[in-house]
Design a protein around this ligand. Structure first.
Ligand SMILES: Cc1ncc(COP(=O)(O)O)c(C=O)c1O
Length: 512
């Protein structure tokens, strides 16, 4: 039988649309992607616009616009009196770049969101470019920090005078031995000093040889993704969690599995049920973004999982220096007896992110491979900031600065807590914050979350919705994903108080 005369059934399953974005464009992309990758074969009859609108709970107009675009580009054709069909196209290679997410989600989680077939076609038939193109990466905010920016510490307290002197000292008379190609693992003195700091202040027993300097925590995570994953490997990530880590794993071909987080951290029972995970990414000191600290029982369960399954654990200790009662918690890596934990640290949350200085503490068996991976990517980090940071640490400025930053963050947190509105129905109270630079506040439902954020942004106050941190395929009902995440350390107390005044005004109409 001639393909032309085939009438194939249309299956809308797997078309997941993000209601916050243009629906007709998404539908167009979904159909186009399916035609290009062969899931919608030539001759398939598409439903009438009214029927498809009903199936996908869209307006008919959205479907008409999507169909119009597909007609215009020649993907579909109408047969007079007989409906709309996928055009007769030449046989397409499965490697043809569709440039589109096949599950139509904007999230990298599409990898675990679609059916098995989709997973394999996503991972094995698409290269990094296609994987990148098909996902929506949100950039951190830029510009001078405002209340309540996430992920940045108090820039106003950094001793730039000291830093400038140390920088000038380095460049006044640079050692010629440091001006050629250096060690890809990083400047030896800096690695010594980081190891000494982790041993004495963080209870992590490690040697300088285990440290690899990176361009911030993000590059450390990306290196782990590149060097530990094979395309198709499962990766357990906290859900909600730090999306940029998930993006890095998915770019390397990992299939993301969002694992729920409760008051003890990542649910390790759920992790244990996943049979294909090669790697688990966690933020145990201060879960990002919920702020919970992983309990000891869970830490031990997680380590047992890694031992049992031969999996790797990436411990992202991005803001571990900030603990407001008692000493910072010992990292998970300090409990690791079998060399399964890769510890990620950053200077971005104590100094400033633009410094792009972070580090990995690696099980000895991985050091050589990671140094080589870095050498291939960028030889090594720029020399002067490494040497200046080493001097900064060696002269005691780093420890002094940590103490200063901890005190300031605590005081800023107190101003936020004292002025937080308590009369908005559905908006939670400000919880106690034991650690870190941000806090999560409960909100009753998604609509209220969006309204609170929009009104805050309208008066120049930055607020991040908790719903942004979930994978698109989360089983959690949408209202359970709602909340607000606020960074409290970025600006001085006066600016926090001003922002709270603005918020109370902007939110007053929402009051009960
Ligand atoms: C959980 C988490 N990990 C890592 C990073 C990235 O840190 P860096 O700027 O050192 O790459 C961030 C940045 O906000 C973060 O929130």
């Amino acid at each position: 039988m001639n393909e032309q005369s085939l009438v194939l059934p249309f299956d809308p399953a797997g078309i997941a649309l993000d209601r916050r974005r243009g629906l007709s464009q998404q539908l167009y992309q979904a159909l186009r992607g399916r035609i290009l990758d062969g899931r919608l074969r030539s001759g398939t009859r598409l439903p009438a616009t009214r029927d498809l609108a009903g199936m996908l709970a869209l307006s008919r107009n959205s479907v008409v616009r999507a169909y119009d675009q597909l007609y215009a580009e020649g993907f579909i054709e109408s047969r007079v009196g007989d409906g709309t069909y996928v055009t007769q196209l030449p046989k397409l290679s499965t490697h043809l770049p569709t440039g589109l997410s096949r599950g139509l989600s904007t999230e990298l989680s599409t990898f675990s969101e679609c059916g098995t077939e989709d997973i394999y076609s996503q991972v094995f038939s698409s290269g990094p470019l296609q994987r990148l193109e098909s996902h929506h990466l949100s950039r951190p905010r830029t510009g001078a920090p405002r209340a309540f920016r996430l992920g940045v510490p108090a820039f106003d307290l950094f001793p730039f005078d000291v830093w400038a002197k140390l920088q000038a000292g380095f460049w006044r008379n640079p050692d010629p031995a440091q001006l050629g190609y250096g060690d890809p693992a990083g400047e030896p003195l800096l690695r010594e000093l980081i190891a000494a700091y982790l041993r004495s202040s963080r209870g992590l027993s490690c040697a300088a040889e285990q440290i690899v300097i990176t361009s911030g925590a993000q590059q450390a995570i990306s290196l782990c993704a590149q060097l530990l994953l094979q395309p198709g490997d499962g990766v357990a990530v906290e859900n909600p969690g730090y999306r940029a880590a998930g993006h890095a794993f998915a770019l390397a071909g990992g299939r993301l599995h969002g694992v729920p987080v409760d008051e003890d951290g990542m649910d390790c029972q759920r992790l244990g049920q996943l049979t294909d995970c090669r790697l688990a990414y966690v933020t145990p000191a201060h879960q990002y973004p919920t702020g919970v600290t992983m309990s000891l029982a869970r830490r031990l369960e997680l380590l047992a999982w890694a031992e049992r399954s031969g999996g790797w654990i990436i411990e992202d200790d991005y803001d571990g220096e900030y603990r407001y009662s008692g000493a910072p918690l010992a990292p998970l890596a300090s409990l690791d007896r079998t060399g399964r934990v890769l510890y990620v640290g950053t200077f971005g949350k104590i100094a400033f992110p633009a410094l792009r200085l972070g580090y990995l503490v690696l099980p000895p068996s991985l050091v050589q491979a990671f140094s080589q991976g870095r050498a291939l990517a960028m030889r090594h980090s720029e020399v002067s900031s490494q040497c200046v940071m080493a001097e900064f640490m060696a002269r005691g400025h780093f420890q002094r600065h940590i103490r200063r930053m901890r005190k300031a963050a605590l005081s800023r947190r107190n101003v936020l807590k004292a002025g937080w509105p308590v009369d908005i129905p559905g908006l939670g109270s400000m919880p106690e914050v034991a650690a870190g630079l941000h806090v999560k506040v409960n909100v009753d439902n998604f609509v209220l979350e969006q309204e609170l954020v929009a009104k805050a942004e309208g008066v120049g106050v930055e607020m991040t919705p908790l719903s942004n941190f979930w994978l698109a395929n989360s089983a959690e009902p949408v209202d359970k994903r709602a909340g607000l995440v606020l960074g409290f350390a970025a600006v001085p107390e006066g600016e926090i108080a001003e922002a709270l005044l603005k918020l109370r005004k902007a939110w007053r109409l929402l009051r009960g």
